[in-house]
Design a protein around this ligand. Structure first.
Ligand code: GN1
Ligand code: MG
Length: 370
Protein backbone atom coordinates (compact mmCIF):
# COMPACT_ATOMS: atom_id res chain seq x y z
CA UNK A 1 0.00 0.00 0.00
CA UNK A 2 2.77 2.40 0.98
CA UNK A 3 4.74 1.52 -2.08
CA UNK A 4 1.66 2.15 -4.22
CA UNK A 5 1.09 5.62 -2.67
CA UNK A 6 4.75 6.33 -3.23
CA UNK A 7 4.51 5.39 -6.89
CA UNK A 8 1.42 7.49 -7.41
CA UNK A 9 3.19 10.49 -5.86
CA UNK A 10 6.29 9.85 -7.93
CA UNK A 11 4.19 9.74 -11.10
CA UNK A 12 2.25 12.83 -10.16
CA UNK A 13 5.35 14.87 -9.34
CA UNK A 14 7.00 13.76 -12.58
CA UNK A 15 3.92 14.87 -14.50
CA UNK A 16 3.92 18.25 -12.72
CA UNK A 17 7.65 18.70 -13.36
CA UNK A 18 7.12 18.02 -17.07
CA UNK A 19 4.32 20.58 -17.25
CA UNK A 20 6.66 23.16 -15.71
CA UNK A 21 9.41 22.11 -18.13
CA UNK A 22 11.95 21.30 -15.39
CA UNK A 23 15.20 20.32 -17.05
CA UNK A 24 16.94 17.00 -16.50
CA UNK A 25 15.79 13.63 -15.23
CA UNK A 26 13.58 13.19 -12.18
CA UNK A 27 15.93 11.88 -9.49
CA UNK A 28 14.14 11.86 -6.10
CA UNK A 29 11.54 13.54 -3.97
CA UNK A 30 10.93 14.18 -0.26
CA UNK A 31 7.79 15.30 1.49
CA UNK A 32 8.29 18.51 3.47
CA UNK A 33 6.05 18.09 6.46
CA UNK A 34 5.92 21.71 7.66
CA UNK A 35 2.57 23.43 7.10
CA UNK A 36 -0.97 22.69 8.15
CA UNK A 37 -2.71 23.46 4.86
CA UNK A 38 -0.82 22.84 1.59
CA UNK A 39 1.21 19.77 0.58
CA UNK A 40 4.87 20.47 -0.09
CA UNK A 41 7.58 18.37 -1.77
CA UNK A 42 11.23 18.84 -2.54
CA UNK A 43 11.96 17.32 -5.93
CA UNK A 44 15.42 16.82 -7.36
CA UNK A 45 16.46 16.47 -10.99
CA UNK A 46 19.70 15.25 -12.43
CA UNK A 47 20.95 17.81 -14.93
CA UNK A 48 22.55 16.85 -18.25
CA UNK A 49 25.97 17.74 -16.74
CA UNK A 50 25.39 15.28 -13.89
CA UNK A 51 24.71 17.86 -11.17
CA UNK A 52 21.54 17.84 -9.07
CA UNK A 53 19.02 20.69 -8.94
CA UNK A 54 16.09 20.88 -6.54
CA UNK A 55 12.71 22.55 -6.64
CA UNK A 56 9.82 22.98 -4.24
CA UNK A 57 6.55 21.64 -5.63
CA UNK A 58 3.35 22.53 -3.80
CA UNK A 59 -0.20 21.36 -4.10
CA UNK A 60 -2.44 24.16 -2.85
CA UNK A 61 -5.35 23.25 -0.63
CA UNK A 62 -8.27 24.57 -2.63
CA UNK A 63 -10.70 23.95 0.20
CA UNK A 64 -8.86 26.74 2.05
CA UNK A 65 -7.76 28.87 -0.92
CA UNK A 66 -10.90 28.95 -3.02
CA UNK A 67 -9.29 30.90 -5.84
CA UNK A 68 -5.62 29.90 -5.89
CA UNK A 69 -4.81 31.69 -9.16
CA UNK A 70 -5.39 34.89 -7.20
CA UNK A 71 -2.70 33.90 -4.71
CA UNK A 72 -0.23 33.59 -7.56
CA UNK A 73 -1.20 37.00 -8.89
CA UNK A 74 -0.67 38.49 -5.44
CA UNK A 75 2.71 36.82 -5.08
CA UNK A 76 3.75 38.12 -8.50
CA UNK A 77 2.84 41.66 -7.46
CA UNK A 78 4.61 41.45 -4.13
CA UNK A 79 7.81 39.79 -5.36
CA UNK A 80 8.02 42.17 -8.37
CA UNK A 81 7.69 45.12 -6.03
CA UNK A 82 10.50 43.83 -3.80
CA UNK A 83 12.71 42.99 -6.80
CA UNK A 84 12.18 46.49 -8.28
CA UNK A 85 12.74 48.44 -5.11
CA UNK A 86 15.38 46.26 -3.47
CA UNK A 87 17.41 44.70 -6.28
CA UNK A 88 19.85 42.93 -3.94
CA UNK A 89 17.08 41.16 -2.05
CA UNK A 90 16.43 37.45 -2.58
CA UNK A 91 12.82 36.73 -3.62
CA UNK A 92 10.92 33.57 -4.45
CA UNK A 93 11.19 32.46 -8.05
CA UNK A 94 8.27 30.56 -9.57
CA UNK A 95 8.37 28.49 -12.75
CA UNK A 96 5.97 28.77 -15.67
CA UNK A 97 4.18 26.21 -17.79
CA UNK A 98 4.28 26.25 -21.60
CA UNK A 99 1.27 28.55 -21.70
CA UNK A 100 3.03 31.10 -19.50
CA UNK A 101 1.18 30.48 -16.24
CA UNK A 102 2.92 30.17 -12.88
CA UNK A 103 0.52 27.42 -11.84
CA UNK A 104 -1.04 24.27 -13.20
CA UNK A 105 -4.48 22.74 -12.80
CA UNK A 106 -4.10 19.00 -13.40
CA UNK A 107 -6.90 16.83 -14.77
CA UNK A 108 -8.11 16.01 -11.21
CA UNK A 109 -8.58 19.72 -10.57
CA UNK A 110 -5.57 19.92 -8.22
CA UNK A 111 -3.62 23.17 -8.25
CA UNK A 112 0.19 23.00 -8.45
CA UNK A 113 3.06 25.46 -8.40
CA UNK A 114 6.83 25.09 -8.55
CA UNK A 115 9.54 27.31 -7.15
CA UNK A 116 13.30 27.12 -6.93
CA UNK A 117 14.60 25.33 -3.87
CA UNK A 118 16.78 27.59 -1.73
CA UNK A 119 19.49 25.74 0.15
CA UNK A 120 18.87 26.98 3.68
CA UNK A 121 17.73 26.09 7.19
CA UNK A 122 14.53 26.97 9.00
CA UNK A 123 13.79 27.00 12.71
CA UNK A 124 10.62 25.45 14.12
CA UNK A 125 11.99 25.88 17.61
CA UNK A 126 14.80 28.25 18.37
CA UNK A 127 16.77 29.01 21.52
CA UNK A 128 19.46 31.20 20.01
CA UNK A 129 18.71 34.89 20.80
CA UNK A 130 20.69 36.00 17.73
CA UNK A 131 18.51 33.89 15.43
CA UNK A 132 15.32 35.02 17.19
CA UNK A 133 16.35 38.63 16.82
CA UNK A 134 17.23 38.02 13.15
CA UNK A 135 13.75 36.54 12.62
CA UNK A 136 12.27 39.76 14.02
CA UNK A 137 14.54 41.74 11.77
CA UNK A 138 13.47 39.70 8.72
CA UNK A 139 9.76 40.27 9.34
CA UNK A 140 10.42 43.94 10.16
CA UNK A 141 12.32 44.37 6.91
CA UNK A 142 9.55 42.62 5.03
CA UNK A 143 7.10 45.15 6.49
CA UNK A 144 9.38 48.01 5.42
CA UNK A 145 9.77 46.60 1.92
CA UNK A 146 6.01 46.70 1.46
CA UNK A 147 5.51 50.06 3.15
CA UNK A 148 4.90 51.88 -0.15
CA UNK A 149 3.17 48.98 -1.90
CA UNK A 150 -0.42 49.59 -2.89
CA UNK A 151 -2.31 46.87 -1.00
CA UNK A 152 -5.56 47.68 -2.80
CA UNK A 153 -4.35 45.77 -5.88
CA UNK A 154 -4.15 42.53 -3.87
CA UNK A 155 -6.93 39.96 -3.85
CA UNK A 156 -8.26 39.11 -0.43
CA UNK A 157 -7.24 35.45 -0.72
CA UNK A 158 -9.13 34.48 2.43
CA UNK A 159 -11.76 37.05 3.34
CA UNK A 160 -11.59 38.31 6.95
CA UNK A 161 -8.57 36.11 7.55
CA UNK A 162 -7.52 37.91 10.73
CA UNK A 163 -10.82 39.47 11.65
CA UNK A 164 -10.74 38.11 15.19
CA UNK A 165 -14.12 39.53 16.02
CA UNK A 166 -15.75 37.63 13.14
CA UNK A 167 -13.73 34.50 13.86
CA UNK A 168 -15.05 34.52 17.43
CA UNK A 169 -18.60 35.15 16.24
CA UNK A 170 -18.29 32.13 13.96
CA UNK A 171 -16.91 29.99 16.78
CA UNK A 172 -19.85 30.82 19.04
CA UNK A 173 -22.34 30.20 16.21
CA UNK A 174 -20.80 26.76 15.81
CA UNK A 175 -20.83 26.22 19.56
CA UNK A 176 -24.57 26.99 19.48
CA UNK A 177 -25.12 24.48 16.66
CA UNK A 178 -22.65 21.84 17.99
CA UNK A 179 -22.80 19.96 14.65
CA UNK A 180 -20.60 17.02 15.72
CA UNK A 181 -21.69 16.82 19.35
CA UNK A 182 -18.16 17.70 20.49
CA UNK A 183 -18.88 20.73 22.71
CA UNK A 184 -18.76 18.57 25.82
CA UNK A 185 -15.04 17.85 25.20
CA UNK A 186 -14.21 21.54 25.27
CA UNK A 187 -16.36 23.20 27.93
CA UNK A 188 -13.43 24.82 29.74
CA UNK A 189 -11.92 26.13 26.51
CA UNK A 190 -15.25 27.53 25.29
CA UNK A 191 -15.77 29.24 28.62
CA UNK A 192 -12.31 30.82 28.66
CA UNK A 193 -12.61 32.12 25.09
CA UNK A 194 -16.01 33.51 25.96
CA UNK A 195 -14.48 35.35 28.93
CA UNK A 196 -11.84 37.07 26.74
CA UNK A 197 -14.01 37.45 23.66
CA UNK A 198 -14.34 41.21 23.89
CA UNK A 199 -10.71 41.92 24.74
CA UNK A 200 -9.35 39.66 21.97
CA UNK A 201 -11.61 41.23 19.37
CA UNK A 202 -10.96 44.92 20.13
CA UNK A 203 -8.04 45.47 17.75
CA UNK A 204 -9.78 43.87 14.79
CA UNK A 205 -12.84 45.98 15.53
CA UNK A 206 -10.78 49.15 15.56
CA UNK A 207 -9.12 48.08 12.31
CA UNK A 208 -12.43 47.29 10.62
CA UNK A 209 -13.78 50.69 11.72
CA UNK A 210 -10.83 52.41 10.04
CA UNK A 211 -9.21 53.42 13.31
CA UNK A 212 -5.96 51.55 12.93
CA UNK A 213 -3.14 51.80 10.36
CA UNK A 214 -3.68 49.57 7.30
CA UNK A 215 -0.46 47.94 6.14
CA UNK A 216 0.43 45.20 3.72
CA UNK A 217 1.12 42.30 6.03
CA UNK A 218 2.37 38.74 5.73
CA UNK A 219 -0.30 37.20 7.96
CA UNK A 220 1.56 33.97 8.74
CA UNK A 221 4.76 35.04 10.47
CA UNK A 222 5.88 31.74 11.94
CA UNK A 223 9.66 31.55 12.33
CA UNK A 224 9.82 28.66 9.86
CA UNK A 225 8.62 31.07 7.19
CA UNK A 226 12.06 32.69 7.20
CA UNK A 227 14.86 30.87 5.37
CA UNK A 228 18.30 31.25 6.95
CA UNK A 229 21.79 30.81 5.54
CA UNK A 230 23.15 27.53 6.92
CA UNK A 231 26.55 28.98 7.74
CA UNK A 232 26.05 32.61 8.71
CA UNK A 233 22.61 32.05 10.32
CA UNK A 234 21.46 35.28 8.69
CA UNK A 235 17.98 35.52 7.15
CA UNK A 236 17.83 35.02 3.39
CA UNK A 237 14.17 35.45 2.46
CA UNK A 238 10.66 35.46 3.90
CA UNK A 239 8.53 32.70 2.33
CA UNK A 240 4.88 31.58 2.28
CA UNK A 241 3.37 34.67 0.69
CA UNK A 242 -0.07 33.06 0.25
CA UNK A 243 -1.78 35.31 2.75
CA UNK A 244 -0.06 38.62 2.04
CA UNK A 245 -2.95 41.06 2.26
CA UNK A 246 -3.77 44.38 3.85
CA UNK A 247 -3.79 43.95 7.62
CA UNK A 248 -2.39 45.03 10.98
CA UNK A 249 1.35 45.07 11.67
CA UNK A 250 0.67 44.21 15.30
CA UNK A 251 -0.84 40.89 14.21
CA UNK A 252 2.27 40.02 12.19
CA UNK A 253 4.32 40.87 15.25
CA UNK A 254 1.91 39.00 17.50
CA UNK A 255 1.76 35.86 15.38
CA UNK A 256 5.55 35.73 15.20
CA UNK A 257 6.02 35.93 18.98
CA UNK A 258 3.11 33.54 19.54
CA UNK A 259 5.13 30.94 17.66
CA UNK A 260 8.74 31.74 18.50
CA UNK A 261 8.30 32.54 22.23
CA UNK A 262 6.34 29.39 23.01
CA UNK A 263 8.52 27.16 25.22
CA UNK A 264 6.89 24.16 23.52
CA UNK A 265 5.57 23.19 20.09
CA UNK A 266 2.38 24.76 18.73
CA UNK A 267 0.56 21.48 19.40
CA UNK A 268 2.24 20.41 22.66
CA UNK A 269 -0.22 18.06 24.43
CA UNK A 270 1.21 18.73 27.92
CA UNK A 271 0.13 22.29 28.63
CA UNK A 272 2.32 22.35 31.77
CA UNK A 273 5.22 22.77 29.35
CA UNK A 274 3.69 25.74 27.56
CA UNK A 275 4.93 29.19 28.57
CA UNK A 276 5.58 32.49 26.87
CA UNK A 277 9.35 33.02 27.14
CA UNK A 278 10.08 36.66 27.99
CA UNK A 279 13.79 36.44 27.06
CA UNK A 280 12.85 35.24 23.59
CA UNK A 281 10.31 38.04 23.44
CA UNK A 282 13.03 40.56 24.22
CA UNK A 283 15.26 39.10 21.50
CA UNK A 284 12.48 39.20 18.90
CA UNK A 285 11.52 42.78 19.86
CA UNK A 286 15.12 43.83 19.46
CA UNK A 287 15.26 42.68 15.84
CA UNK A 288 11.74 43.66 14.85
CA UNK A 289 11.60 47.08 16.50
CA UNK A 290 15.13 47.83 15.33
CA UNK A 291 13.81 47.50 11.78
CA UNK A 292 10.44 49.24 12.07
CA UNK A 293 10.46 51.57 15.04
CA UNK A 294 10.61 54.72 12.92
CA UNK A 295 7.59 53.76 10.88
CA UNK A 296 5.28 52.44 13.60
CA UNK A 297 2.44 54.71 14.72
CA UNK A 298 1.99 55.19 18.50
CA UNK A 299 -1.22 53.15 18.48
CA UNK A 300 0.77 50.29 16.97
CA UNK A 301 3.61 50.30 19.49
CA UNK A 302 1.00 50.49 22.26
CA UNK A 303 -0.86 47.47 20.88
CA UNK A 304 1.96 45.00 20.23
CA UNK A 305 1.33 42.93 23.35
CA UNK A 306 -2.44 43.01 22.87
CA UNK A 307 -1.78 41.94 19.26
CA UNK A 308 0.11 38.88 20.54
CA UNK A 309 -2.69 37.99 22.94
CA UNK A 310 -5.43 38.54 20.35
CA UNK A 311 -3.85 36.52 17.56
CA UNK A 312 -3.16 33.68 20.01
CA UNK A 313 -6.80 33.60 21.11
CA UNK A 314 -7.83 33.87 17.46
CA UNK A 315 -5.75 30.86 16.43
CA UNK A 316 -7.04 28.89 19.43
CA UNK A 317 -10.59 29.72 18.34
CA UNK A 318 -9.83 28.63 14.75
CA UNK A 319 -8.43 25.29 15.96
CA UNK A 320 -11.39 24.84 18.29
CA UNK A 321 -13.92 25.76 15.62
CA UNK A 322 -12.33 23.21 13.29
CA UNK A 323 -12.50 20.57 16.04
CA UNK A 324 -16.15 21.30 16.79
CA UNK A 325 -17.13 21.24 13.11
CA UNK A 326 -15.35 18.00 12.19
CA UNK A 327 -11.70 18.83 11.32
CA UNK A 328 -12.14 19.98 7.74
CA UNK A 329 -9.68 22.90 7.59
CA UNK A 330 -6.33 22.11 9.27
CA UNK A 331 -4.55 18.83 8.54
CA UNK A 332 -4.75 16.64 11.64
CA UNK A 333 -2.34 13.84 12.58
CA UNK A 334 -4.64 12.11 15.08
CA UNK A 335 -8.19 12.42 16.44
CA UNK A 336 -8.41 15.37 18.81
CA UNK A 337 -5.32 17.09 17.34
CA UNK A 338 -7.20 20.36 16.88
CA UNK A 339 -8.36 20.26 20.51
CA UNK A 340 -4.78 19.69 21.65
CA UNK A 341 -3.69 22.66 19.54
CA UNK A 342 -6.48 24.76 21.05
CA UNK A 343 -5.41 23.92 24.61
CA UNK A 344 -1.79 24.71 23.85
CA UNK A 345 -2.65 28.11 22.36
CA UNK A 346 -4.93 28.94 25.27
CA UNK A 347 -2.22 28.05 27.80
CA UNK A 348 0.02 30.45 25.92
CA UNK A 349 -2.63 33.20 25.80
CA UNK A 350 -3.09 32.89 29.57
CA UNK A 351 0.63 33.22 30.12
CA UNK A 352 0.75 36.32 27.90
CA UNK A 353 -2.08 37.74 30.03
CA UNK A 354 -0.19 36.97 33.25
CA UNK A 355 3.03 38.53 31.92
CA UNK A 356 1.40 41.47 30.22
CA UNK A 357 3.02 44.23 32.32
CA UNK A 358 6.47 42.75 31.94
CA UNK A 359 5.99 42.38 28.17
CA UNK A 360 4.79 45.98 27.84
CA UNK A 361 7.86 47.07 29.75
CA UNK A 362 10.15 45.08 27.44
CA UNK A 363 8.56 46.79 24.42
CA UNK A 364 9.06 50.26 25.91
CA UNK A 365 12.59 49.50 27.04
CA UNK A 366 13.53 48.06 23.64
CA UNK A 367 12.12 51.09 21.84
CA UNK A 368 14.48 53.28 23.84
CA UNK A 369 17.55 51.21 23.11
CA UNK A 370 17.28 50.10 19.45
C1 GN1 B 1 -1.65 27.55 8.83
O1 GN1 B 1 -0.16 25.87 6.82
P1 GN1 B 1 0.59 26.95 7.49
O2 GN1 B 1 1.47 26.38 8.55
O3 GN1 B 1 1.33 27.83 6.52
C2 GN1 B 1 -2.66 28.70 8.74
C3 GN1 B 1 -2.19 29.87 9.60
C4 GN1 B 1 -2.00 29.40 11.03
C5 GN1 B 1 -1.00 28.25 11.04
C6 GN1 B 1 -0.82 27.70 12.42
C7 GN1 B 1 -4.00 29.69 5.35
O4 GN1 B 1 -0.45 27.94 8.23
O5 GN1 B 1 -3.17 30.88 9.58
O6 GN1 B 1 -1.54 30.45 11.86
O7 GN1 B 1 -1.44 27.19 10.18
N1 GN1 B 1 -2.78 29.13 7.35
C8 GN1 B 1 -3.99 29.31 6.78
O8 GN1 B 1 0.27 26.85 12.44
O9 GN1 B 1 -5.04 29.17 7.40
MG1 MG C 1 1.13 29.63 5.78
Amino acid sequence: MRRRTKNIMFEKLTEVGTAFRLAGKFYAYDTIKTGNINSTYKVTYRQPDGSLKSYVVQKINTNVFKNPAEIMENIDHVTSHIRDRFPGEMTLHFHHTADGKNYLYDEDGSFWRVMNYVDSITFDVCDDPAVISATGEAFGRFQNQLADFDGSILHETIPDFHNTHKRLDRLFDDVAADPCGRNADAMEEIQYISSVRYQAGILSERYAAGNFPVRVTHNDTKSNNVLFDRITKRPLVVIDLDTVMPGMSVYDFGDAVRFICNTAAEDEPDTRRVFFDTSKFRAFCHGYLGAVKNSLAPEETESLVLGAFSITVELASRFLDDYLTGDTYFKVNYPGHNLVRTRCQLALAKDIQRKRDELEWIVRDTLETV
